[in-house]
Write a protein that binds this ligand. Structure first.
Ligand code: ATP
Ligand code: MG
Length: 821
């Protein structure tokens, strides 16, 4: 068994690439600066010992700001010839219902001229035909109407506004539109509103987003612009969102922002997308695996509808949008789909089926500054520029800094806070706000709250704020030029996050987060020459990731021949095969490669295939521990840690003591179970309970929410009955053997045995792994003969995280079942 190939262990939660720590304020750092080595960022920051505990920064004269910033002409944007739409049709206008308000307000006079904009006459026509305003009926409270009317003025100044009619016309002519327009031109917020009152739009419009933070914030904004309630505030809400474990839509939802993953889930239940009149695939340049699958499914569906071979008879309108997309590639991709269906050659047909539109101009300019020389330490450079902006630029004007990951963000947050303490008391305050994927949703939403008076917000973000989002108040962007990207290293058989240079497309997107409400500035912490060497586009995720989830989705959607699926970029055959084998081992596929009943159920669960397999295993009558396993999986699925990470020895001891009644000798998974159940049983004061146990209350609220949704999902898949739910799961002691063997079934590749030298060696591949220090099993004198782990982390060495002790014969049994050996 040990000879077999090392399979994919679970994705690394965070793989740290070792980068030099910030030398700012340290002796080493200052020494380097004094040497005058010409670093743009190595000159003026000094610790001011006289100012008490706070640190302060001394600056050069403002003229030396960022060493003679080079102003960069706008990046080349794809210059597309806009295909003229059809001659105005005799088709009904979009029910023009002009409000007195609209006709009174013309476009702003000081609006920049955006070249290709339609003339003033056209513009007026567009204003008239922008579709019906929200009804002024009594259901809409006055404050929503007021807000909508205020925002209408801003909307009218957006570069996309005069394109409303051409966009509508193109979509009446063709079912597919590839729409590009500069960042901030109004694509995501306006396009759904342009389409909502079209004659063909009888159902909902879906708009996909790569990330939930964008989906939620866009939905909120569009609801405000439409003068509607939002999400599930009211059954009358016209705008909603759906992200994993949070569905905020209602019976009146007409515009639904959703993550790509959620749309894929829906496609499984409804392959013809019957609930939608249009699907807008936004930010397509990000090229996540999910977006590539969506494009493949949509290509097949629209071509089948066109040909009349689909069950769906109504057209489905598809809009593909981005500021930095490869338009020709997308057009050719869809054209090929039509050609395949009709047996005609691909390209001459393209214009017949696919429209293009390019919106030129952005609302406000953004000035770009580069470093004159490469930075040795961009955390230090970012810190310096934050304070330069703060000292030099008047309020308002918040700062958005792009960094690689949580570690760098927390490091810079601390530095900003330390140095801010040393500022003159009259200076405006600095409010540092982190933003990364593992932060709970409520904490992420803090960046959208208004900046307090006499304060400047400094948002320290990963690339999750890179596309789509408008963070109100942001005028300055600082871009470190790097991001962590998922990389599947097939030789090692593991997926990890590696810090790499961003692509030009990502740099343009980052810059585009400024200049949305006022003119902006973007500081790139690299040289202009370095910018020129960047790749044009980020490599699509499908070419560098583990494909297990993607293949399961395809199989469940009825795509049996995955090797011939219409991929925009075809992944390596090796990766596809590896994913197929994994699914076979999980029992998701039958020996002939078709999906099993179990696989179908796994695909419908909103968790990874491994976790899905565990849930199904736990539901089997001989195991009968589903409720307990749901509790554990909820704890594993929350994005932030349940247990506070205590640093000092003293605190560690106190935490150990406080959590003594939660810790289980079997390991972390049963410890999570005990924690969730005790928290759930706590009826008086859950927050106080968390404080007493050094447990994060926020994380636990999140766990409870996930638990609720997983229970519902399991009920809808008939894995649980209402009678099961009424049973008090925590009153009886858990069946630990059943729970651990269920976990093993999903994590069959994440197992290791004790070697004679006291280390653990993985069953598959014979790699050495150490139990992570955060595990309750860490440092145990008596080690168990085998372990199962749900996370794999590679830093300076390989760690098993979230670990449980298991019996050797259990592992052998699941190996037999999975591998047939
Ligand atoms: N939450 C918000 N707060 C304030 N202004 C907003 C907000 N959302 C959007 N806007 C305004 O609407 C404009 C258009 O935003 P939208 O997201 O539609 O642009 P976009 O073309 O999709 O940009 P991107 O390519 O960056 O996604 C912004 O430039 C900004 O002026
Ligand atoms: Mg957008």
């Amino acid at each position: 068994m040990s000879k077999s190939k090392f399979e994919n262990p679970p994705a690394a939660a965070e793989s740290e690439t070792r980068e030099p720590e910030s030398t700012l304020g340290t002796k080493r750092g200052r020494k380097r600066k004094r040497k005058g080595n010409g670093q743009a960022d190595a000159e003026v920051i000094e610790e001011n010992a006289k100012k008490g505990t706070g640190k302060s920064i001394k600056f050069d004269e403002p003229t030396q700001h960022v060493e003679a910033p080079i102003e960069k002409p706008e990046e080349p944007t794809p210059k597309l010839k806009t295909i003229p739409g059809p001659k105005p049709q005799v088709e009904p206008k979009s029910q023009p219902q002009q409000t007195p308000h609209e006709s009174a307000k013309g476009p702003k006079k000081d609006k920049p001229d955006h070249g290709q904009r339609p003339n003033e006459k056209q513009r007026k026509k567009n204003l008239e035909s922008r579709g019906p305003p929200p009804s002024r009926n009594s259901h809409v409270p006055p404050h929503l109407v007021k807000k909508r009317d205020e925002l209408l003025q801003t909307r009218q100044t957006l570069p996309i506004w005069p394109h409303a009619d051409p966009i509508r016309e193109r979509l009446r002519k063709n079912n597919i539109l590839v729409l590009t327009g500069e960042t901030g031109s109004g694509k995501s917020t306006q396009v759904p509103q342009f389409l909502i009152s079209e004659p063909w739009c009888t159902k909902t419009i879906a708009i996909t987003q790569p990330r939930r933070v964008a989906a939620i914030s866009l939905a909120r904004r569009v609801a405000e612009e439409m003068g509607s309630y939002f999400g599930n505030q009211s059954p009358a809400a016209k705008v909603g969102y759906s992200v994993r474990f949070d569905n905020a839509t209602g019976p009146s939802t007409k515009v639904k922002f959703l993550t790509e993953g959620m749309l894929l889930q829906e496609v499984l239940r409804d392959p013809d997308m019957n609930q939608y009149s249009a699907v807008v695939v936004d930010e397509v340049h990000e090229r996540s695996v999910n977006v590539d699958l969506i494009l493949g499914f949509l290509r097949n569906l629209v071509a089948e509808i066109e040909k009349g071979s689909s069950r769906r008879k109504q057209p489905l309108k598809v809009v593909i949008m981005s500021a930095t997309a490869d338009v020709e590639g997308l057009v050719n991709f869809f054209a090929e789909g039509f050609a395949k269906n009709s047996g005609q050659p691909a390209l001459p047909e393209a214009d017949k089926f696919i429209s293009k539109c390019f919106v030129e101009g952005r609302q406000y300019p953004v000035k770009t500054h580069y470093l004159p020389q490469p930075s040795m330490d961009w955390v230090e450079s970012a810190l310096k520029i934050i304070f330069q902006i703060h000292y030099k630029e008047p309020l308002p004007g918040d700062i958005l800094v792009f960094l690689t990951g949580q570690d760098k963000i927390e490091g810079l947050e601390k530095l900003v806070n330390d140095y801010a303490e040393g500022m003159d008391k009259e200076m405006p305050k600095l409010l540092a706000l982190p933003l990364f994927a593992a932060l709970p949703q409520q904490a992420q939403q803090r960046i959208f709250q208004p900046t307090p008076r006499h304060t400047r917000k400094v948002i320290l973000a990963t690339n999750i704020a890179e596309t789509s989002v408008t963070v109100p108040g942001v005028q300055f962007v600082i871009d470190c030029g790097k991001s962590k990207i998922k990389q599947f290293r097939s030789r090692l058989g593991l997926e990890s996050l590696l810090a790499k240079s961003v692509s030009k497309s990502a740099a343009i997107q980052r810059k585009g987060r400024a200049g949305r409400e006022a003119p902006g500035q973007c500081y790139r912490l690299y040289t202009e020459a370095d910018y020129k060497t960047l790749e044009e586009r980020t490599t699509p995720e499908i070419l560098r990731c583990d494909l297990v989830q993607a293949i399961l989705t395809m199989k469940a959607r009825g795509v049996n021949d995955v090797l011939n699926f219409p991929f925009l970029d075809k992944p390596p055959v090796e990766s596809l095969k590896e994913a197929l084998f994994q699914l076979l081992r999980l029992g998701a596929l039958k020996a002939d490669g078709t999906i099993s009943d179990m696989g179908l159920q796994m695909a419908k669960l909103p968790v990874t295939p491994k976790l899905g397999r565990i849930l199904l295993e736990a539901a089997r009558p001989e195991k009968d521990c589903l409720l307990d396993v749901i509790d554990i999986i909820s704890a594993l699925s929350t994005e932030d840690s349940i247990f506070f990470n205590v640093v000092t020895e003293e605190k560690k001891e106190a935490a150990e003591e406080a959590r003594r009644d939660l810790y289980r000798r079997e390991g972390d998974h049963l410890t999570f179970l005990a924690t969730v159940q005790q928290y759930a049983d706590e009826e008086t004061d859950r927050r106080a309970w968390c404080d007493r146990h050094f447990v994060s209350h926020r994380a636990m609220q999140n766990v409870m929410n996930i638990r609720k949704q997983l229970r519902q999902q399991c009920q809808s898949l008939k894995l649980l009955t209402p009678a099961d739910l009424s049973k008090e799961s925590s009153s009886s002691s858990p069946n630990t053997d059943a729970i651990l063997t269920s976990l093993l079934r999903g994590f069959v590749s994440n197992t290791a045995r004790l070697a004679p030298d006291g280390s653990y060696k993985t069953f598959v591949g014979n790699h050495t792994v150490s139990v992570h220090p955060s595990s309750v099993l860490h440092g145990r004198k008596v080690k168990s003969e085998a372990i199962v782990f749900s996370e794999f982390l590679y830093t300076n060495k390989a760690y098993a995280k979230k670990v449980s002790a298991v019996q050797m014969n259990w592992v052998e049994d699941v190996m037999k079942e999975a591998f047939g050996i």
